[in-house]
Design a protein around this ligand. Structure first.
Ligand SMILES: [Zn+2]
Length: 255
């Protein structure tokens, strides 16, 4: 099993990964709060050649589902640019949050906007890496919070080779129980490409997205270990930096 963490110090991801003893690291290729265009990474060659696997998390502004052209168009561009940057680093995927729309009536259009992202890129030869759609914790009109909506989304994007990233904090805080979660997602998507293994500071179905270290949250840590054991996918911790070494040690002990 490949275990690792999101690396916040993006200038030396492999060095940080080595110090943690990680098998996989996740990084941003731009300031995640920005619409910046990715620049070539100064350590691209080291990242490509490292034995540590790499996955890229896209920036937070991206909302592929949006009905607002002025948000959706830059989002499409950013996904394409960041997927290319991920390919340049030899990454195995680009994680993109499911996004949201503003009303219940708009959900079908939001899902179709996801389909169009893939369809339009297919005409240009596809993305350089698989796009891994991540479930999210909050909002009433999210594309990937409730699993019934994820099922609708997958009917639209599954045939384009979309991948799935399961975040345990987001599922729990989003109101989806973690017992049997791997089987329930597999029944919908047929795949889990990556696990974001996080505990939650907030209660079940709170809608809040605040990650906690594995032993510190409202989710039973044994349930988190069970998700790792059954998901058959790389595992990335996005927990507070101060406890990441302890989180890795807990996983190595319980897997
Ligand atoms: Zn996540």
């Amino acid at each position: 099993m490949r275990l690792g963490a999101h690396v916040r110090q993006d200038s030396d991801p492999i060095g940080v990964g080595e110090r943690l003893g990680a098998d996989v690291v996740q990084l941003f290729v731009v300031d995640p709060q920005s619409w910046d265009k990715p620049q070539p990474h100064p350590k691209a060659e080291q990242i490509r050649n490292s034995g540590i696997d790499v996955v890229v998390h896209s920036s937070y502004q991206i909302n592929v589902a949006s009905l607002n052209n002025r948000l959706r168009m830059p989002s499409r561009n950013a996904v394409a640019q960041q997927a290319q940057a991920a390919a340049d680093l030899g990454a195995f995927g680009l994680v993109v949050h499911g996004g949201h729309v503003r009303t219940d009536d708009a959900v079908a259009t939001g899902i179709d906007n996801w389909r169009k992202l893939f369809q339009r890129q297919e005409d240009k030869g596809g993305f350089g890496v698989p796009i891994l759609i991540e479930n999210t914790a909050g909002g009433d009109h999210a594309m990937a919070r409730r699993f019934d909506t994820i099922a609708r989304l997958w009917d639209a994007v599954g045939d384009y080779g979309a991948g799935f990233c399961l975040d345990t904090c987001h599922a729990w805080a989003g109101g989806e129980k973690l017992i049997g979660v791997v089987d329930r997602i597999h029944a919908i998507t047929g795949r889990i490409d990556l696990v974001h293994l996080n505990n939650s500071r907030d209660e079940f179905d709170s809608g809040a997205d605040r990650h906690a270290n594995l032993a510190d949250g409202t989710i039973d840590p044994q349930l988190l270990a069970e998700v790792c054991r059954t998901a058959d996918a790389p595992v990335v911790l996005e927990t507070p930096a101060v406890g990441i070494a302890d989180d890795l040690a807990f996983l190595r002990e319980h897997l």
